[in-house]
Design a binder for this molecule. Sequence first.
Ligand SMILES: [Zn+2]
Ligand SMILES: [Zn+2]
Length: 290
Amino acid sequence: MRWRRLHNPGLPVSLTLAGLELEAFSISGLATYVLVPALDACFDLGHCGVEAARLDHVFLSHVHQDHAGGVHRHLSLRAMTGARPPRIYCPAESAEALRDLLRAWARLEGKDPAGVGDVVVPVRPGDRLALGRGRTVEAFDVTHRIASRGYTVVERARALLPAWQGRPAAEVSAAVRRGEAVHAEAERRRLTYIGDSTIETLEQRPEVSDCDVLLMEATHLPGTDVATARRYGHTHLDELVALFARAPEALAARQIVLKHFSLKYREDDVARALAALPEGLRERVTMLAP
Ligand SMILES: [Zn+2]
Ligand SMILES: [Zn+2]
């Protein structure tokens, strides 16, 4: 095997979807992270590069090492550069163990462990977390082998009322000066992030896919049996295709990013799987593969 063929978590893929710029990498067992600089946030942190360390908010779906292994370096890099401590959101069930780990690492490095765990914010299903600039993150439960949360970023912004959309700016300004109501608060569901998950998450909560960009896993591709995916708490691409056929509303997002492919797949396996997706789904899907 030549070195350049190996998956490299230090080399993310750059994507722009629905106006959002993402820097992302995701291979099962190795590392998953999705950086969204415009939100000052990243989703999962299986590997932490310099760019990730600039982000204040880290939303962990769960604490398997390929999703949470970069947390310690995130804290270290920020401490080195004098940045304020981040907020590490994590399923409430795993919060204390993650704090233990961070304290243990502080001791290993000869640092005072007191307060090190304070960066960890326990997250329960239904929690609404403020992200600043009118943005909220809604947490929901995800089915995996250990406790796992999904996250939807909701933006609140002033938007023109339908009657005023498309009208010249001068007319709108004149109406505002006359004191007429031309704007209303509108909610826009920008992104939903699901880490490792079985198909049950989207089956049971189709509403989370009502957003601009849905990130979901498809660890296994055609050629591997579905039972293997289910045994390890993952999703097979065939299950997503079947879900699209019987409940298209569960895959309603404008853009869908599939990620977390098994280490064993090569680039052409992923390209073939994308080409075989049904119409109506295929043109909205991006496969997160180098
Ligand atoms: Zn994983
Ligand atoms: Zn996992």
